[in-house]
Write a protein that binds this ligand. Structure first.
Ligand SMILES: Cc1ncc(COP(=O)(O)O)c(C=O)c1O
Length: 467
């Protein structure tokens, strides 16, 4: 174990150097061909290698080529830097190496607390057992929609787990085009059929048009289909828009639909000063998907499914063979009964550490700071002569485009993200919004400053000149 002690200390030092350094490195750089070959082409060694050598390899070949999300000028997709408390406990979770499927050990107990904290933080009702940690929001969404499907079938007097879906009216789900692809993937995986996911139109601010939703549900019902679920977004990935959740909840109540909210990225935005009215109605959802590995900064691999009815996911997933029966499990049973995963990693430790380290005040400060940056960038864009803002800022995403000339703006804005990334001084990604190619900057890093925003706009201008 001396080797472990020495290597552990060395790993801690490498980790601290890596995290301390991030601001001085390129935000991102392509992996050179030789390094790519080293990373992907190596053979399994015939004999084992010492820990120290492995750490040297990691230092030389892995750490120099990060995705970039540790850097304060990384504004791509929705990827945060890791919170140091989450980082520091990761090896301890690995050292303990439990399966948090269930049982009487620290992991499942801590998961109960963390899930409750997440629900409390965003004001979602939390009956004991009403949620679980997942690999990410995609998995959380599968759990929530499977629960919805199960409930709808039972309400109609049949059992989707037993019978499968054939022979029953197709179930229909409603989501805007701004809804995340994971909603579509989940619907397809659950056998609902892509054609039964309706694209509800959006208003000028990319929020669900609830009048249109109401009409579509009535039409589908009249046509003999089975509307069963509406999925609202609490922070879309394109622009950070929050759907009118209260009005959607009304339609769900009128028509007996399951109301799911995708808060993977944006649910935490409810904490920002003045933001709560945008989120009114989120607490009325049947299920809420959150992603602690986004805005909170929990190291990657932690989503959360929250359910208003604690038994909903259990009835959709519980299947306990004789070799897993635990007579001491208590009323809530095992976490593995609430989703598709059996062996489950100790996600709660890094989530607990991150949330405890920040505290409620620190989490709010992070959300306020990053939301403020998005608004400041929007102001800078609006005041500039060569950028235009595409939608008001609701969370911590600014959607905009560069307009240095009259023609070819779609092609230009489509090419800008790659050109900016290649320069290494900032990282942003693009999208299409309202039929136009757009730029979007997502703010999640606690150390990003207003100066970084000015650098971003300059980097876009410089990159555009080369295109
Ligand atoms: C709004 C939104 N929903 C869902 C997801 C899917 O989450 P995950 O990647 O954790 O599965 C994302 C990921 O970026 C997202 O931004």
């Amino acid at each position: 174990m001396d080797e472990l002690r020495v290597a552990g200390a060395k790993a801690a030092a490498i980790m601290a150097d890596h995290l301390a350094d991030d601001g001085d490195r390129p935000v991102w750089q392509p992996v050179p061909a030789g390094e790519r070959a080293w990373l992907s082409g190596q053979n399994l060694p015939d004999t084992g290698r010492p820990l120290d050598e492995l750490l040297e390899d990691v230092r030389a070949h892995v750490l120099p080529y990060p995705m970039g999300n540790g850097h304060p000028r990384f504004f791509g997709w929705v990827n945060s830097p890791p919170n140091p408390a989450g980082v520091v406990v990761e090896p301890l979770a690995a050292a303990l190496n439990p399966s948090c499927a269930g049982g009487d050990h620290a992991g499942p107990h801590l998961e109960r607390a963390v899930v409750r904290w997440l629900a409390d933080l965003v004001g979602f009702p939390h009956p004991p057992g009403g949620g679980l940690l997942t690999s990410g929001a995609s998995m959380a969404t599968i759990i929530c929609l499977a629960s919805a499907r199960r409930r709808a079938a039972l309400a109609d007097g049949w059992d989707a787990r037993e019978e499968g879906l054939s022979g029953h009216p197709p179930m229909v789900m409603y989501v805007t085009d701004e809804g995340h692809s994971c909603l579509h993937k989940a619907a397809q995986l659950l056998g609902l059929g892509a054609r039964h996911v309706r694209a509800v139109p959006v208003d000028d601010a990319y929020r669900m048009d609830v009048g249109a939703l109401r009409a579509m549900v009535s039409e589908d019902r009249a046509a003999g289909l089975r509307p069963f679920c509406v999925a609202g977004s609490a922070g879309t990935v394109n622009s950070g828009a929050v759907d009118p959740l209260n009005e959607i909840a009304d339609v769900a109540a009128e028509h007996g639909l399951w109301f799911h909210v995708d808060g993977a990225y944006g649910a935490l935005g409810v904490l920002a000063d003045g933001a709560a009215p945008h989120y009114a109605g989120m607490e009325r959802a049947d299920s809420l998907a959150m992603d602690p590995h986004k805005w909170l900064g929990v190291p990657v691999g932690c989503g959360c499914a929250l359910l208003r009815d604690a038994s909903a996911a259990r009835t959709a997933f519980s299947l306990v063979p004789s070799y897993l029966v635990d007579d001491n499990a208590g009323d809530l049973g095992w976490f593995a009964e609430y989703g598709p995963e059996q062996t489950r990693p100790f996600r709660a430790l890094k989530t607990w550490a991150t949330m405890s380290h920040l505290g409620r005040a620190g989490i709010k400060r992070l959300v306020d700071h990053t939301s403020g940056l998005a608004r400041t960038l929007a102001d800078m864009v609006a005041e500039s002569g060569d950028f235009e803002l595409l939608t008001p800022v609701t969370t911590s995403i600014t959607a905009f485009r560069h307009i240095p000339r009259e023609d070819g703006l779609d092609a230009l804005n489509r090419a800008i993200p790659g050109a900016v990334q290649a320069r290494g001084n900032a990282f942003l990604t693009g999208t299409r919004l309202g039929g136009r190619d757009a730029l979007r900057a997502c703010f999640l890093h606690p150390d990003t400053t207003e100066r970084d925003l000015a650098i971003l706009l300059d980097e876009i201008r410089l990159a555009a000149k080369t295109l």
